[in-house]
Design a protein around this ligand. Sequence first.
Ligand SMILES: NC(=O)c1ccc[n+]([C@@H]2O[C@H](COP(=O)([O-])OP(=O)(O)OC[C@H]3O[C@@H](n4cnc5c(N)ncnc54)[C@H](O)[C@@H]3O)[C@@H](O)[C@H]2O)c1
Ligand SMILES: [Zn+2]
Length: 361
Amino acid sequence: VQTVHVNLKDRSYDVFVAKGLISQTGELIKSIHLNGKVAIISDSNVVAHHSISLIQSLEKVGIPYSIHVVTAGEASKSLVIADQLCSELAAENHDRSSFIIALGGGVVGDLAGFVASIFYRGIPFVQIPTTIVSLVDSSVGGKTSVNIAEGKNLVGAFHQPKIVIADPEMLKSLKDREYFAGFAEVIKHAAIRDPKMLNDIAKLDPQTRIVPSELIARNIAIKARIVEEDEHETLGVRALLNFGHTIGHGIEASLPYGEILHGEAISFGIRAALFLSEKYFSLPQSDSDKIINLLRKFNLPLQLSPSIKKEMILEKLSRDKKFSSGQIRFVLINKAGSGHVSSSITQENLIQAIEHLRTPI
Ligand SMILES: NC(=O)c1ccc[n+]([C@@H]2O[C@H](COP(=O)([O-])OP(=O)(O)OC[C@H]3O[C@@H](n4cnc5c(N)ncnc54)[C@H](O)[C@@H]3O)[C@@H](O)[C@H]2O)c1
Ligand SMILES: [Zn+2]
């Protein structure tokens, strides 16, 4: 079992990564002295594939549970569904001595974590991530949230999990497109912090679902170290994780929900950030090419359709939280594995980068 310790004083916890680990959930939970009843929150796709092994494991150690299933998809990350879940939990007689297990991708993790942060003013929760995005990114760091009409993730709380149980076997049931899109975040981690990981990603066979636990643990460690430095995103360090996310979010928000996956939008965003890094931050072209080739390897889109207008992208992007009082905090890299937050990127530069995305590659 690979272990990553997330060191946040009294909010510290361990992330365990190993194949088949879900079947040891009961023992792992006992080992951290979570004793009450548990409410399992999952979605309609995940529950069909993975709830049985989880439930068997809880039954083996005698942990009582209730199970709450939301409709798969981003639309479930809402205050209405959070409200509904709180009522369901109360109806099942959960109280401050209960805890929650989030079994699913980033949608379930963010939603269930948010419910855990407000139910009885906060109860403990456990993350069991089931997508690449949630394994390497969203299950660690304690950001929980729901969406409102005005934007994604605008309502939420910092609430760290008590333990993260990461089982790469979960990925076997994921659809190809979801699986590939998740690699945008893996490539992002390597690009900002770990040049050697770029070579390891290059060695993976995208047609198999084999992702070594060691590679997942290294990704989690990158996120964990950044979160430890800047838990509440007040120092600008955590902003490093936004590499590829400025223009990427602008593109994602310009399209109707569901048309493009988050990771696909981030692929465009990474190409744009590499272009600006080459032009204004002395990134060698060979480093940039190496990263682009990895995006290509996972079938991620790189050339932006003219139907997605730059005015729209800029408009969406200007509402982004990453604009601190009008200034863009843009993440650039000066070499593979070395990310920096810069405030020197202008609106003009963003337009150049968007135009660059129209060019064939
Ligand atoms: N909290 C954070 O720090 C953070 C970081 C990154 C992303 N996020 C959030 O995460 C969300 C995206 O997460 P995601 O990409 O995991 O999407 P998701 O949770 O919607 O999962 C993608 C799809 O795959 C299905 N699925 C999940 N696991 C499966 C499995 N093992 N087998 C079969 N199907 C499975 C889901 O039902 C869904 O249809 C967004 O809402 C985003 O805002 C949060
Ligand atoms: Zn992302």
